[in-house]
Ligand binder design. Structure first.
Ligand SMILES: [Fe+2]
Ligand SMILES: [Fe+2]
Length: 189
């Protein structure tokens, strides 16, 4: 993959908005018409919106996590003049497994969510949306290197980077809030 170099300021900005979901809750991304042109059919659909009921990392929902990964991947690809539309779309759908993974193993006996959810997300995604082959590959391979086959495209690697970055920041943010304010509270307010 070509060198994906982000400046220190860009990384700090990415860290701030990965940590704080308020811009997602305010739907600030709707103010970016180019982004919305890429994703409107997905983001406004009931299936995508239903991810709001499932928690992903810390106190970030699957819906908020997917929007963060999608928008971060879109911004990175625009910066490097790479294909950004497919990253924006695959980012939204990469975790479309549509269940609560915290209780999934207990309810179903299926203990390998980390390995199996990319296939489940892809199966759901093709059921509800029109996807390119590249988008399908990005969704299916987003857990590399936990799953053995890497994505075929540099844009797929951008999804992997954005997903790991957001997942880590979301998890650590939850622990920080827990230490500072106590369990179950998002802030001091
Ligand atoms: Fe995932
Ligand atoms: Fe994810």
């Amino acid at each position: 993959m070509e060198n994906m170099h982000l400046t220190r300021e860009e990384r700090e900005e990415a860290f701030r908005w990965a940590e704080d979901s308020s811009w997602v809750e305010r739907e600030d991304y709707r103010e970016d018409p180019d982004y919305m042109d890429c994703v409107k059919d997905i983001i406004d659909s009931p299936v995508f919106q239903s991810m709001d009921q499932f928690m992903q990392h810390g106190d970030t929902t699957c819906k908020a996590h997917c929007i963060k990964v999608s928008y971060m991947g879109y911004c990175i690809c625009r910066k490097f003049s790479w294909e950004y539309a497919e990253v924006a779309r695959a980012g939204l759908l990469h975790d479309l497994f549509l269940y609560d993974w915290h209780t999934h193993a207990k309810e179903t006996g299926e203990h390998f969510h980390g390995f199996t959810h990319p296939r489940t997300a892809l199966d759901n995604a093709v059921k509800y949306y029109e996807l390119t082959e590249k988008e399908k590959d990005m969704i299916l391979r987003h857990m590399w290197p936990l799953t053995p086959i890497p994505p075929k495209s540099r844009e797929g690697m951008v999804i992997i980077y954005s997903d790991k970055f957001c997942g880590l920041v979301e998890t650590v943010a939850r622990i920080k809030r827990w230490i500072l304010f106590g369990f179950g509270k998002k802030s001091a307010a």
